[in-house]
Design a protein. Structure first.
Length: 368
């Protein structure tokens, strides 16, 4: 089993800590943050052991056999992002520099990120650990018929991009596994494969395929996976956002969700929203939006610990958020039946109870 260093560690990557028991063939040995990032000295529980975050990359190399690099998905992760304002270099460039130091000490590098896959020529093959997508070649897709998916399907979507769909999926996935359900899950990030979750198939990004071909392709892919894994439940994270933000910042019109609904009909739909002081009318607005736009019912809402920054969104035409304290989110979801937050273990358990009960009423799933 590989002992891995998570680098550079931050709260954005806490899923590796929170769900470390799901990591296949890996154990977390070190949490190393960027110097000056503010995480040094913080403690996290890793597999029942308290682990302290450190800035000492070289010292922690002695404890690990491999490194999982956690690249920023912001291509211009520089000063204007206001994350590490004292850095003159791009954050990803700093990661690469330290990876080269690790390679000199014969440490392996886990490659499951597009950024690194396109820049891995300087990593010796014997030190490369590849995490591949499990998918089907286009040539093997017949696209001659539409298949009925018999297993109940749960969709996890977000109003806008960046609202923690992977973390929501992992929280419910983990809870269902603890109850001994057999789950087939599809996440929106390739690093999901580390947790036993399949990532979104690459053919869905192929510009040479039209929408009809993508719908039929995913339908056949889902059917083949259903027959191979014979799950009790199927969970699918939907890439991207699902709603325009404003006239100045349209962001996303939910075209991916539209195609996914045509490929696989959901039996239960979870929508993630940014933090705000919502009232019943606000939730009703979102319910009507999805009913009118996509013909589906929102069964529950996740409130993510992120408050949307309207001016920055409209200036950059991309989702920008301010992180909110968990206590504030707990107050927002308190005593609300259809509202939960993936950070709150009790609310995740209640949401899972509700999900199973609703599917039972539909006659879709049986209790063990």
């Amino acid at each position: 089993m590989e002992k891995i260093m998570l680098y550079p560690f931050s709260e954005e990557n806490d899923s590796y800590v929170r769900y470390c028991k799901l990591l296949n063939d890996y154990t977390v040995s070190s949490l190393v943050c960027l110097k000056g990032s503010g995480y040094s000295g913080k403690q996290y529980k890793v597999d029942d052991t308290e682990m302290t975050v450190t800035e000492n990359f070289e010292e922690e190399l002695e404890k690990c056999s491999a490194i999982l690099p956690l690249f920023s998905d912001k291509e211009d992760a520089k000063l204007e992002e206001r994350e590490f304002v004292f850095f003159e270099k791009n954050v990803n460039e700093i990661i690469i520099e330290n990876l080269k130091k690790a390679i000199e000490q014969q440490k392996k590098v886990i490659i499951c990120d597009k950024y690194l896959r396109n820049r891995k020529e300087w990593i010796p093959e014997k030190l490369q650990i590849h995490i591949y997508r499990e998918t089907i070649e286009k040539s093997k897709l017949s696209l001659k018929q539409f298949h009925n998916i018999k297993t109940p399907v749960i969709f996890i979507a977000s109003a806008f991009e960046g609202l923690d769909k992977t973390k929501i999926l992992l929280s419910i996935y983990n809870e269902l596994l603890s109850r001994e359900y057999k789950i087939l899950a599809f996440g929106t990030r390739q690093d999901c494969e580390l947790f036993g979750i399949h990532s979104y198939p690459e053919f869905m990004y192929d510009e040479k395929l039209d929408d009809n071909q993508k719908i039929l392709s995913f339908n056949e892919y889902a059917k083949r996976m259903e027959m191979e894994y014979t799950p009790d439940l199927i969970m699918i994270g939907i890439p991207g956002g699902t709603a325009p933000f404003s006239a100045k910042a349209p962001l996303d019109f939910g075209t991916t969700l539209y195609k996914m609904i045509r490929a696989v009909v959901p039996d239960y739909f979870i929508l993630s929203l940014p933090y705000a002081n919502y009232n019943d009318m606000d939730y009703q607005y979102w319910e009507k939006y999805f009913e009118n736009s996509f013909g589906i019912t929102v069964d529950s809402f996740n409130i993510s610990p992120k408050s949307i920054l309207q001016q920055m969104v409209e200036r950059n035409n991309s989702a920008k958020y301010l992180t909110i304290d968990r206590e504030e989110v707990d107050l927002e979801i308190k005593n609300k039946e259809k509202i939960f937050c993936y950070l709150n273990a009790d609310s995740v358990k209640k949401e899972t109870d509700r999900l199973i009960q609703q599917l039972k009423e539909y006659g879709k799933v049986e209790l063990f």
